[in-house]
Ligand binder design. Sequence first.
Ligand code: F6P
Length: 751
Amino acid sequence: MRMGGAVFGLKFIIPLAIVLGLSAYAVVPLVDDLTLRWFVKDLDIRSSLLANTLQEPLQESIAERSRRKVVSLLDRAARDERLLALAFCGPDGNVQYKTSGWPAAVECRDPQVEGAAPQPLVKLLQGPVHVKRSRIERDGDYMGDLILVHDMSFIERRSADTRKYVVVLFAILGIVISMITVFIAWLSWRGWITAMKGLLRGELTPQLGSSNSSPAVQPLLSDLRALVHELNLERRQQVGSGQTWTPERLRELLRDELAGDEILVLSNREPYIHQRTADGIEVSRPASGLVTAVEPVMRACSGTWIAHGAGSADRETVDKNDRVQVPPGQPSYMLRRVWLSKKEEQGYYYGFANEGLWPLCHIAHVRPVFRVTDWEEYVAVNRRFADTVVAEARTDNPVVMVQDYHFALVPAMVRERLPKATILTFWHIPWPNPESFGICPWREEILKGLLGSTILGFHTAFHCKNFMETVERYLEARIEQEASMISFGGKLTQVEAYPISIAWPEDDRSPSIEHCKLEVRRLNALPATHRIAVGVDRLDYTKGILERFQAVERMLELHPEMIGKFSLITIAAPSRSSLDEYQNFEARVRALAQRINSRFSDGGPAPIILRIAHHDHDEVQRYYRAAEVCMVTSLHDGMNLVAKEYAAARDDERGVLMLSQFTGAARELAEALIVNPYHIEQGAETLYRALTMPEAEQRERMRSMRALLKDFNIYRWAGRMLNDAARLRRRERIQAKIHQHSEPALLKRVV
Ligand code: F6P
């Protein structure tokens, strides 16, 4: 910052110095000329005065023909310091009387000596002189001319002085202007930097794409967006050391930094579910951001993924150790399934995790429910999974990647049994402020469980900060803010932000955009020119689905020309449907869609097409590629990978992403149209803006988001965490060695 300020100062001061130098160079001759004129005028006046004074005595002395008197008169007058010489020229044009020092070069008839000559300066050998002729008359008779010659060599000295003063004046002026300007620039720079820091922290991000911004500030916002984007890229470039992350690079990292170390992943949701259907056993990928993110990482690094086997045909597809190789058809890692009874699932998953922690951590205005029985199941199931991790580990120091709020207690439980393990825990949902988290009756236990982790990751720095403040509030722990470290029970936990991402689609075998557009419209019985927005979520009250519908309704009220020409297709995967809250929510979603459709359909296409069903990856991709707009309106979301998937799917660089300001993704994708989902009017106008956005603007925004996502992909997310883990493992090994070597020495000394 200081360096930047100095460079900025120099960049300003050097041109200013050049401009002032040139100005001084141009001004000096002008000042010379002006002062010369003043001096000449001054000498003209002096000469006239003197001539007038001498007029009378000179007339008399000449009339008397007294040479002595005339010469003495002229000599007395010549005592003036500046007066070089005087002479009296007779009517015949010859010098009759002159003082000593009369310059021979000046003659009575010299044309330059004519009256108050237009050019009264004469350059003589001894330097420039001023010559003035005055007529001497007596009673109207012409007697001759009095000629006064003034020395003007002082003008050169004065001119040199003037030049010096002008240069000094300009230099002082330059310094003063520079100082004032640099001071003002510094003040505005500080303001700008503060604003930019705010932007970088994401504090102002939501306003950047806001449809509320006046058109006058839109270009400025675009510039800011670009600048923030560049700064983000630059900052992240440093973090990720520039090179693009690929599965190969991740494998290299494992080979080089974590050579031979085994990787164990633990999550509640399994990456592949086997279901019994009428057509036999089918395998599918669940609608889960966690699975979307972690699965490509596991493909790259092999290892074992431990998860709850929840599919109806899961037991039939595992071996005697409850293991199955996945992905089906191209096995690259092991899935180890853990079975839970209905009671366990009810208490641990539906109860404590999804009725307690889920609403506790999301600000979506649904009250958390905490039951002792749920807590007991949660503790017991966490113990079961921790035991499975220990059982699956082939070494005493595996790298264990614990995923999400279902397993807050596992890190400490594994740490107890495998003290040398490196435990990376990632919390996929937001972390609330200490007051909100304090509602949880088992808050200390949850925090202690998580502090068994070597590294604890969140999507954003804001969630890290909330977590550190929560620990500070409820535990006796030492917190090193600068290093983002928590020391608790003699163990250190690094708390870091690792924004999760997606695998960038490299081998693009997706059907063409045109094909997807036609296909999606055909499937939904829509005309070929129909405009489409898509929303893809689990059917969850945190996703802002009702608010999204309301925005569509308001948009149609405000822009009736869109009625019959636009539909929002909502793909909602059923989720946690045995919970009352989710059943009620589904009922409200269906009712609202129906009400809006009956208001605007009028026999034509429905404005809201609701598809409550599981859609596989290819189907979802088709919708992404077909829709003009993707609406992500979460009321609160750790990251939201749908936003990133939509941008990644648009290799035509078209389409507009509407993105809730309450998602982690909004901190990264500033080129989306950022909205407050609770502000229905704003949502309606933003949707209209998205549907009518010029192609060039779509391209500019999409290109920028895609460039970021290509680079900041899921391999970088995993790579950064594993890199940090490798660094901490190295440090521990070195410390262990130091300990080993210092122990005998210490013993000797003690003995
Ligand atoms: O969005 C948070 C999250 O825990 C994701 O990590 C995960 O994809 C999703 O919720 C899972 O929901 P569930 O497993 O309950 O269907």
